[in-house]
Design a protein around this ligand. Structure first.
Ligand code: CUA
Length: 305
């Protein structure tokens, strides 16, 4: 009836859920059963007269106080568990989540970013701080028993401690347009070592692409696209179209050949050589790009004739 329990408090959530479910079953039949029985037992018969009814103080006190105690008890039981699910431990690792139509981006403490793919180490608390670029979304990980709305212009958060290695699904649980049902991400829970390796190398997803295609993806993922156009229009930075192999004038009067070395230097030390007519505003991507990303971006820039 429930998805697998993938986090520390999944068991507690399920326990409350099942307790409430069975309590409802008992109360439903406890009330409906006698009601049906009485309807039958005291049905109309010619000549039978209903005796005069007053009230029964003991009975009325019992059926008022008992449900009251029950409801208050359930409230505090739920509240204490809910507080646990809301307040992450201080040492929790923090992952920034940005939802937009219709994908998820994740940003790690070291600045690495991924799209629709999130990795976390097993048995470590992790906190997701979430916001939206456009409309309402909802971060739902059934296996972890967490679910929270993501609201544009506001930060919401969830946290959990994953306990089960392997693949889990993140899905959007708030209707957000035609791509809503496709808005899913893979959550990989792995050992601490594997996680560190993944963070350091960026994983092996790039192997499924040509360097050029991988570069194209990186341009979007790493945010190059905000400043560097690919159609020749001038942005905050020079357009990439036709730039490879060109002699570029710099703001100190020198010129430089745009080759692999210059492209690499511009990513790592963007202030070293500023193209004439542009401001030195590009941040360094040292530590944010893996070797395959740099190769991919260079190949992609080369392809933009
Ligand atoms: Cu995003 Cu539904």
């Amino acid at each position: 009836m429930m998805p697998p329990q993938g986090s520390v408090f999944a068991g507690e959530v399920d326990f409350i859920y099942m307790a409430l479910f069975w309590l409802s079953v008992v109360l439903f039949w406890g009330i409906t059963g006698p009601a049906l029985y009485f309807a039958w037992r005291y049905r109309y018969k010619p000549g039978r007269v209903t005796p005069h009814q007053t009230h029964n103080t003991v009975l009325e006190i019992v059926w008022t106080v008992l449900p009251l105690v029950l409801c208050v008890g359930i409230f505090f039981w739920g509240l204490s568990s809910w507080m646990k699910s809301q307040v992450a431990p201080g040492e929790a690792m923090e992952i920034q989540v940005t939802a937009k139509q219709w994908l998820w981006t994740f940003e790690y403490p070291d600045g690495s970013r991924t799209v629709n793919d999130v990795h976390v180490p097993v048995n470590k608390a992790v906190r997701f701080v979430m916001t939206s670029d456009d409309v309402l979304h909802d971060f739902f990980v059934p296996d972890m028993r967490v679910k929270a709305d993501i609201v544009p212009g506001r930060y919401t958060q969830v946290w959990f401690t994953p306990t089960v290695l392997g693949l889990h699904t993140v899905t959007c649980a708030e209707y957000c347009g035609k791509g809503h049902s496709d808005m899913q991400a893979k959550l990989t829970v792995e050992s601490e070592d594997k996680y560190k390796e993944w963070i350091a190398t960026g994983g092996t997803e790039w192997m499924n692409y040509t360097p050029e295609d991988w570069g194209k993806i990186q341009r979007e993922e790493k945010g190059c696209a905000t400043c560097h156009s690919i159609d020749g229009t001038k942005g905050q930075g020079p357009s990439w179209k036709g730039i490879y192999g060109k002699m570029e004038k710099l703001n100190d009067g020198k010129t430089v050949l745009v080759d692999d070395a210059y492209i690499r230097e511009s990513m790592m030390f963007p202030q070293a050589k500023i193209v004439l007519g542009f401001d030195p505003i590009m941040p360094t991507f040292q530590g944010l790009l893996h070797e395959q990303d740099i190769r991919g971006l260079t190949a992609y820039i080369k392809s933009l004739k």
